[in-house]
Design a protein around this ligand. Structure first.
Ligand code: B4P
Length: 191
């Protein structure tokens, strides 16, 4: 069983590559960004709380995101495996994920880290902002804040998985297909 964390800075292609991974390996896609946007769209209390954080490019508080993921895993505990996209984003979340998987006798198999230079991320996010309708993609200051938050709060998550010898570096620049090939090479070796 594969349980994969897909890691990387904002705009590194986590959502893009997750779709391809789901198609090939039949894993359940759990994207905290998508779940939060769904709550926001439905106007739930959680969505209202998350909105302000997301629009500014800040992280939604750990307790909120952890509870949301816990609920989702509980309803999908018979899945063939999970791909966690955009989660964990803090060491607190990474520890909580290990604890919640333990309840089902599961562990993270590997953390794939998409490595992309910040200059390229800025270009991608601005480009997506033209069509996505996402406020966090449409404003340079918010994009810069997301990169800052990533550097300060999320990069320690890489060290967390490095200590568990689960950290796998993936070059995230090039065509979407070529990056997917690097990923399948790694995942096929883990199966
Ligand atoms: P996310 O939805 O996770 O958004 P993201 O990091 O911007 O997207 P991703 O890396 O998936 O990029 P994509 O593939 O789309 O988070 C949004 C917000 O939600 C966060 O800022 C935060 O507020 C909140 N949140 C989410 N999870 C949280 C958590 N765990 N804790 C707290 N808060 C949380 O790719 C981007 C663009 O690049 C696309 O337009 C794509 O077409 C393009 N692209 C992809 N691959 C490419 C390639 N190889 N070459 C060229 N372009 C490429």
């Amino acid at each position: 069983m594969l349980n994969i964390v897909l890691f990387g800075p904002p705009g590194s292609g986590k959502g893009t590559q997750s779709e391809l991974i789901v198609k090939k390996y039949g894993l359940l896609h759990l994207s905290t960004g998508d779940l939060l946007r769904k709550h926001r769209g439905e106007g739930t209390d959680l969505g209202k709380l998350a909105q302000e954080y997301m629009d500014q490019g800040n992280l939604v508080p750990d307790a909120v995101v952890i509870k949301m993921v816990e609920d989702r895993i509980a309803t999908e505990s018979t899945a063939k495996g999970f791909i966690f996209d955009g989660f964990p984003r803090t060491v607190n979340q990474a520890q909580a994920l290990d604890q919640m998987l333990l309840k089902y006798d599961l562990t993270i198999t590997a953390m794939l880290s998409l490595e992309v230079e910040f200059s390229e991320l800025r270009i991608r996010l601005r480009e997506r902002g033209k069509t996505s309708g996402r406020k966090d993609d449409q404003d340079d200051a918010k994009i810069e804040n997301r990169i800052k938050v990533y550097n300060q709060e999320t990069t320690p998550v890489a060290t967390y998985y490095e200590h568990q010898q689960k950290y796998v570096r993936i070059k995230g620049v090039g065509s979407i297909e070529s990056i997917f090939q690097f990923i399948t090479h790694e995942l096929d070796a883990l199966k």
